[in-house]
Design a protein around this ligand. Structure first.
Ligand code: B12
Length: 282
């Protein structure tokens, strides 16, 4: 008879919590059967689980198949399946920022490449965007941190810019890092940035996301109006349409950041250099 292990023994061997081992079972990553009401895992199945790179944790550095699996669900318009892949990736050890940066984002980039190559209809991309938006909504509360925030940030994409997922993802990552974020989403006029800025306590920065080069002039307008209304607030531009720091400065921004991590560093430098963040000019 093959050797059978309890879930606690499996958890101990994997170095994870019992509940994590249970999630592996529940998500079908680790075969198990109930005997007299107790979950049992065969030695062979556990060994296969341990050696399989396909089910290995994203954090282990092995090439993660999660993003391709996620993209495959998006291509089918399968919202429930897409959520299942996210759950499975988390059960295998992916943390929240990895879900955003290593599962969802690369899948969206790949979708864009398929669209550009004429492989998929734009309808597929629209549907995928809606699935991802709903999924981000479902994950959103997990990014919130309790206690005092480090300060407030307003983020948005300027008028005409329809790409809203970058600001949603960026906002989650900043919230995870302890910042209070007002996300205006896509197609936001300068007046909306000003409104949200005035409503924020301890406003540290405004982040403007520009994905397509057609909307650079509108981004420059946001920079100019924010600069006049909030002289002490940092204006940061980012997104695929912003080439480098010189490009950012030419638009009237203080800096360019390519990621949430770079943005956070700028925010920390700024809060240290301006110990007292003054109230905006109203
Ligand atoms: C979904 C999508 C759409 C959706 C957007 C829906 C929505 N609500 O978001 C729709 C269908 C509307 C759309 C429309 C268009 N799209 Co489009 N779209 C995409 C797609 C597939 C995914 C975008 C995305 O979510 N990316 C994932 C995000 C998370 O990655 P990210 O942008 O790099 O953002 C991260 C960082 O850059 C950074 N960041 C971003 N902004 C900021 C800001 C700050 C301050 C900081 C610090 C950091 C930061 O943080 C983010 C999170 O990690 C991309 C493919 C791609 N490569 O991105 C094409 C893509 C961007 N689209 C493209 C095009 C051409 C268009 C259209 C012009 C098509 C058309 N002819 O109509 C229109 C433009 C509409 C408009 N007026 O803006 C091209 C752009 C090519 C180019 N040279 O600029 C792409 C690259 C597709 C491709 N491969 O050709 N699109």
């Amino acid at each position: 008879m093959p050797v059978a292990l309890t879930l606690q023994e499996v958890a101990d061997e994997l170095g994870v919590h019992y509940m994590t081992a249970y999630r592996y079972v529940r998500l079908g990553l680790l075969p198990a059967a109930k005997a007299s009401g107790v979950w049992q895992v065969s030695r062979d199945d556990l060994d296969a689980f341990l050696t399989s790179s396909r089910t290995g944790p994203v954090a282990a550095g092995a090439p993660a198949p999660w993003s391709e699996r996620f993209e495959a669900r998006l291509l089918e318009g399968d919202a429930q399946g897409a959520w299942g892949v996210v759950e499975a990736a988390m059960a295998a050890g992916a943390d929240l920022s990895q879900i955003h940066l290593e599962v969802i984002s690369p899948a969206m980039v790949a979708m864009g490449a398929r669209w550009a190559a004429g492989e998929i209809d734009i309808a597929v991309e629209h549907q995928a965007t809606v699935i991802v938006q709903r999924l981000l909504g479902r994950l959103g509360p997990r990014f919130l941190r309790r206690g005092r925030t480090r300060g407030s940030v307003v983020i948005g994409a300027p008028s005409g810019e329809s790409h809203g997922l970058p600001t949603a993802i960026l906002s989650d990552l900043l919230r995870l890092d302890g910042w209070e974020v007002s996300d205006l989403g896509p197609d936001s006029p300068a007046s909306s940035f000003l409104f949200a800025g005035r409503r924020s306590d301890h406003l540290v920065a405004i982040g403007i996301s520009v994905t397509h080069g057609d909307h650079l002039a509108q981004a420059a307008e946001v920079c100019a109006e924010v600069g006049a209304a909030f002289p002490d607030v940092l204006r940061v531009v980012g997104g695929a349409a912003i080439r480098d720091q010189d490009h950012a400065v030419s638009l009237g921004a203080d800096a360019r950041a390519a990621s949430a991590e770079e943005f956070t560093q700028l925010l920390l430098d700024h809060t240290h250099s301006t110990k007292n963040i003054r109230t905006p000019v109203r």
